[in-house]
Design a protein around this ligand. Structure first.
Ligand code: AHR
Length: 492
């Protein structure tokens, strides 16, 4: 066996920002409506209109931050349509996502309530593409102004006396595409203008996030950083793992070949290069790493489930998705000196979702279980890890993928992925600088027999974490055998 990992338990590299474990919920398909919001009169058990089963499931994975209302929807959203008595709210067409009627029943108050219920920081994305500076400015005033002002008074009339605390605000979304088809020079000027009026009221301090690049558009990052770095706290990046072609066919979520599995893993691992290269550009203008890289959209994107609305982006979720989540979160952990937040797309019923719903039923996806296992890394200390890992010649896939952290109570948590479909990976882990005897190593594994195994409404627990027994302890060395297609958490 030649895979070796050294985890330096006494060499802390920094803190893994818990916001790396963030989520994204857009007015898209059945994410908000049905997936989260069912309304107070629904027969589905709910609290103030939010369905209880989804709420409980999401609370369990400690969602630190939730991005809303889009995505592309954000640059078509006019927040004033979504406040005030619900029956009087304007109905609009969600032109981007399926052309369905949006009744605006889930608006600012409902979103802020959801975040309070989840214990998550709200991250609101404002409208640059089809909105105005005034509209954006007034939204922030409505949310956060304490005292007498037109917007604060309106908020009070609508039932909320106290201002909310709002930390994260995005100034536009994908402004190179659905958010206005702009060039970076133009957007960077617009960004400077719009953000000027995103005010800090009282002691509310807003972390301003500029719309960032698509995939490997390094020029976008270069221009934004050059022109606008002093005006931003974060710069976003979007990258989806798509085994096929975005326009010609992305590939099925459940019915895929071995080659498609391998391509999916290669493309998920591409995140490493993107984060490194965009990060290098950011370093040039921000060597202190003040500005956070905010990967506020990532995850798998497949063809929609047959028979579903193509504009709803509803896809199933298999053990393949779990591996994509596992390696991506390891990458973010390892780059947490620059990556301050990430938001997987999207929370419920859309793309790489945590949970899927059908009427009153709800199931947890394999991706959910990865977030549950990895939550130990939230706000933990990133440990220095040295690796000597074999790479498969044909597929260019590493034998093992890893990150490690130390929590406040001294526990060391190591997350390992074997992305190969057909072979075990064996690795020896030398835990250096860990003073206690390695008596207690607890392991949890998420794996499955078939590459497209998934949870369904008929069989909701087909893929779920179990105890992991593939670890042998010898002095300060752990010898670990990871089965194919597995995500493992070791807690020492
Ligand atoms: O997450 C789905 C869509 O993908 C978002 O609305 C958009 O920002 C991106 O292109």
């Amino acid at each position: 066996m030649s895979n070796k990992i050294i985890v330096n338990a006494d060499a802390v590299k920094g803190t893994i920002n818990k916001n790396i474990y963030g989520h994204f919920a857009e007015h898209l398909g059945r994410c908000i409506y049905e997936g989260i919001w069912v309304g107070e009169d629904s027969p589905i058990p709910n609290t103030n209109g939010i369905r209880n089963d989804v709420l409980e499931a999401l609370k369990n994975i400690n969602i630190p931050v939730l991005r809303w209302p889009g995505g592309c929807f954000a640059d078509e959203y006019h927040w004033k349509d979504g406040v005030g008595p619900r029956e009087g709210r304007k109905r609009m067409v969600n032109t981007h996502w399926g052309g369905v009627v949006e009744n605006n029943h889930f608006g600012t108050h409902e979103f802020m309530m959801l975040c309070e219920m989840l214990g998550a920081e709200p991250y609101i994305n404002g409208n640059v593409g089809s909105g105005t500076v005034q509209e954006m400015s007034e939204w922030v005033e409505y949310l956060t102004f304490d005292g007498e002002s037109p917007m604060a008074n309106w908020r009070k009339e609508n039932g909320r006396e106290e201002p909310w605390k709002l930390k994260y605000f995005g100034v536009g979304n994908e402004n190179w595409g659905c958010g206005g088809n702009m060039r970076p020079e133009y957007y960077s000027d617009l960004y400077r203008q719009f953000q000027t009026y995103v005010r800090n009221y009282g002691d509310n301090k807003i972390f301003k996030i500029a719309g960032g690049a698509n995939i490997d558009d390094y020029n976008w990052t270069e221009v934004l950083m050059k022109n606008s770095a002093p005006f931003m706290d974060g710069l976003s990046l979007h990258y989806y793992t798509i085994p096929g072609d975005f326009w010609l066919g992305k590939g099925s979520a459940t019915d895929f070949t071995d080659d498609e599995w391998n391509i999916t893993m290669q493309r998920a691992l591409h995140m490493e290069e993107l984060v490194t290269k965009h990060g290098t550009i950011m370093d040039k203008y921000d060597p202190e790493k003040r500005i956070g890289m905010i990967v506020d959209e990532w995850g798998t994107w497949f063809d929609v489930e047959p028979g579903t609305n193509p504009g709803f982006l509803y896809q199933q979720n298999t053990i393949r998705d779990a591996l994509v989540a596992g390696v991506t979160l390891n990458i973010f952990n390892n780059h947490s000196d620059r990556v301050q937040m990430a938001n997987i797309a999207q929370t419920v019923n859309v793309l790489q979702a945590m949970v899927l719903t059908e009427g009153k039923e709800m199931i947890l996806t394999p991706t959910y279980h990865v977030f549950d296992m990895y939550k130990v890394h939230q706000d933990a200390s990133l440990l220095s890890v040295e690796t000597s890992i074999e790479e498969n010649d044909k597929n260019k896939l590493p034998d093992v993928h890893v990150s490690a952290s130390k929590s406040n109570n001294g526990e060391v948590n190591i997350t390992l992925c074997n992305v190969k479909m057909d072979a075990n990976s064996t690795v020896s882990i030398d835990l250096r600088g860990y003073e206690q005897k390695l008596a207690n190593v607890k392991g949890t594994i998420l794996t499955s027999k078939e590459k497209n195994d998934r949870n369904t409404f008929e069989n909701p627990e087909a893929v779920k974490p179990t105890e992991f027994n593939g670890v042998e302890v010898n002095g300060s060395t752990l010898t670990v055998t990871l089965p194919p297609m597995s995500v493992v958490l070791l807690t020492v």
